[in-house]
Design a protein around this ligand. Sequence first.
Ligand SMILES: *Cc1c(COP(=O)(O)O)cnc(C)c1O
Length: 422
Amino acid sequence: MNFENTLAFAQNLDSKDDLRNYRDEFIFPKVEGKNVIYFVGNSLGLQPKNTKKYVDDVMTDWANLGVEGHFHAEKSWWDYHEQLSAPLAKLVGAKREEITVMNTLTVNLHLLMVSFYRPTAKRFKIICEEKAFPSDQYMLHSQVKIHGLLPEDAIVEITKRPGEHSWRTEDIIEKVNEVGHELALVLIGGVNYYNGQVFDMEKITKAAKSVGANVGWDLAHAAGNVELKLHDWGVDFAAWCSYKYMNSGPGNASGVFINEKYLDDPLIPRFEGWWGTKKETRFLMKPEFEPMENADAWQLSNPSILSVAPYLASLELFDKVGMDAIIRKRNTIVSYLEYILQEIDKEVESTFEIITPKSRGCQLSVFLHGEGKSLFNYLMKKGVMLDWREPNVIRLAPAPLYCSYEDVYNFGQLLKAGIVNK
Ligand SMILES: *Cc1c(COP(=O)(O)O)cnc(C)c1O
């Protein structure tokens, strides 16, 4: 498409956008009475208007029913989380039984390592990306140490080539083959949080499986953002948080995928709790653990319903819109943002360098050479919410459910004004 850097062009794109009305389903923070331009949906998605009702319903049931709410609330609490499996399965390309919702992301990664990282003297290495999200690094390091190994022996980080800003699939696959029979696990963020790169999850999974390793994906920046086919790709496990592109509120429940081939494996090691036992006999309070026949077998505690309810509200919206439509708009709006950045770059002295590769989702990460934090402060004051990383990288994520082309155009004008007026 031939884009134009004009308000009329942006408004015309909005008028043809099938998803334009979904913007009204969200609550925007305001600066000087006006909705902000919200480009940080990769960090904390906006609140859907509908979410309050889902939370209020739980509060009302609790007030009116007390403990009886477990079984007699309109949406009973003891099996509340089951409502999320079907829409989530669709969203990540899984079978319903391969999905559960529990805890939070880093907690779940630790729990999944119990099942999927079982190092032996010969096979003990983990491949991950260099500079992974810190929580993932801490998680991996502490897991390795629990097994009496040293991170420097067990963890192999895939580096980028000198002067390049993204990882090359062929370098990852080469490393997988090189580590070969010593490789126990590949665990990478499916979409990198810093440069926005979408990894070739299918190819990397295939390569790792072919050398006999397990493969897990941290989908924090991928769920609700990119197309996923976890089951068909043969992924062993995955986990993601619900508060980034999934708009489910700060720190809310995490989603988990466990490949069906492990669901009836009586020997798989796992930390266990009462919410993982068969629901039919759970309340007989028997001493034996009889696992659920789905990914719920990994559940420990009765879930925090107040944390799961906003996730249900959000999933119903995602289910209504569908990932195909979201991805279609995402591709256009991110391309428009890229075009606007290039146009503004021509008009000002700074040089913008987009470090996000073509294999991307909703996020563009940009070096603003010659600019500093004062530009960020200017933009915040003008009602643009974006992510700033020292010394001068911005991360922009125009989430397709609630950002408009007009937002992108207006952002360009404010960016230019901020640079020219400094
Ligand atoms: C956001 C993010 C997390 C956050 O972890 P929590 O346990 O939800 O606090 C972890 N890993 C990655 C890759 C992330 O992007």
